[in-house]
Design a protein around this ligand. Structure first.
Ligand code: BTN
Length: 262
């Protein structure tokens, strides 16, 4: 077996997530790689060191510096209704933040719905894509990108992106971080499959820096100011605009703080 896969598996305690790891040095996007192998078992992890066309949310490009970050996708085959798919993104955010905060250091947070934030800058992001066949959900691909060992970013990202190395001034072991994220992910994913998202909601809120903030939202093509009030049981954001409470889903809005990225 590949040495890298061995290193990752050595620290895995899971029963299904990451039991299969499909590693390639280079690919366009690990989400695309997973899509091509949608028949692989649930829990397969697609991992690469170089993404030539990493995808971010809202059709943005995800800058994936060669070898310096963690770029991977988990293939899932949940039997759930379509409205619940967004909750997988939220529980992925919890898994990443809990891992970093409990196993490495203590300061990462979540910007709703799924930006991983450190020192008010973006450390990572999550892009979940659903694959349908004959109107049936045949898989959910949960792609995770984390900036780990970059020591600098292009000028245009300098004020909004960060890496673990930039914050803590040392190199991190990407394989170990991945194993630990997968261990936690399985724990939360299993709770979600058995009991839904509600047992995880308070934990999500405890990490969510968006709550109680004045926001600038891009809502169906319109820019609006509103205050974030709560997260609903479904994982939607509840905002207050002109004394009216509105529940918005992650597909409908893009969120910024009034004075910058958070
Ligand atoms: C975001 O815009 O915040 C989501 C970024 C998701 C990036 C990851 S990197 C691994 C996986 N493969 C991709 O092409 N995108 C996701």
């Amino acid at each position: 077996m590949n040495k890298k896969i061995n290193e990752i598996k050595k620290n895995l305690t899971t029963s299904h997530i990451g039991k299969n790891i499909y590693y390639v040095k280079t690919t366009d996007s690990t989400n695309n790689l997973a899509k091509k192998h949608i028949s692989y078992p649930c829990g397969t992890v697609f991992l690469s060191d170089i993404q030539t066309n990493g995808k971010g949310r809202n059709n943005r490009l995800w800058v994936s510096d060669d070898f310096l970050g963690l770029w991977f996708s988990i293939l899932l085959k949940p039997q759930i209704t379509v409205e619940k798919i967004a909750q997988i993104t939220l529980l992925t955010g919890i898994s990443v933040v809990e891992t970093l905060n409990k196993d490495f250091f203590q300061d990462t947070k979540i910007k709703w719905p799924n930006d991983i934030v450190l020192s008010d800058k973006k450390l990572g992001g999550i892009l979940c894509e659903s694959i349908f066949y004959n109107n049936e959900l045949s898989g959910v691909i949960c792609g995770i990108g984390l900036n780990i060992n970059q020591h600098q970013f292009p000028l245009e990202l300098n004020n909004i992106a960060t890496s673990l190395k930039e914050e803590y001034n040392k190199d991190f072991n990407k394989d170990l971080i991945l194993s630990k994220i997968l261990n936690r992910f399985e724990e939360y994913y299993d709770i979600f499959l058995k009991e839904g998202f509600s047992p995880l909601l308070d934990l999500y809120k405890s990490y969510c820096i968006t709550l109680n903030k004045e926001l600038l939202l891009d809502y169906n093509g319109e820019k609006i100011n509103a205050k974030a009030i709560d997260i609903s049981q479904d994982g939607n954001l509840i905002i207050k605009k002109d004394d009216e409470l509105i529940e918005v889903s992650s597909g409908e809005v893009s969120v910024r703080g009034l004075f910058g990225y958070v």
